[in-house]
Design a protein around this ligand. Structure first.
Ligand SMILES: [Zn+2]
Length: 128
């Protein structure tokens, strides 16, 4: 099983990417966390805290970007309605074709149920 530790540089780069997108989207996350999350890629709370699974850092850049934009948009739109999707498409036109790379040590299926448009249910990305 591969290590889930990431270098301080990788963490700093990721946070810089989040800050970059927060500026573009004009979202104002109060706090950005990177933590172990086995069931979700990311989550956000109504108080403005956005949390990302450390596993996101091991994903391809396109997926990382997608998760960041998706979660930051929830600070503005707390659901997956038409407005959310049109904003998402404005920032990431091909978002519907972006998929996570399955981790080597666990089937990706477990996580598709929690937060991802690649799952069939429209409600599978929970805002919380
Ligand atoms: Zn969502």
């Amino acid at each position: 099983m591969k290590s889930r530790q990431h270098s301080p540089q990788a963490l700093a780069d990721f946070k810089a990417q989040v800050a970059h997108w927060a500026g573009r989207i004009r979202a104002k996350p109060r706090q950005i966390r990177i933590q172990q999350m086995r069931r979700k890629w990311a989550s956000c709370s109504t108080n403005g805290t956005v949390s990302f699974s450390a596993d996101v850092l091991s994903q391809p850049a396109s997926f990382r970007e997608y998760v960041i934009v998706h979660e930051l948009l929830h600070l503005k739109v707390p659901n997956h309605g038409k407005l959310f999707k049109s904003l998402l498409r404005a920032y990431i036109p091909n978002y519907e074709s972006i998929r996570p790379r399955p981790p080597l040590d666990s089937p990706v299926a477990g996580r598709t149920l929690s937060h991802g448009p690649w799952a069939s249910s429209a409600n599978s990305w929970s805002a919380k």
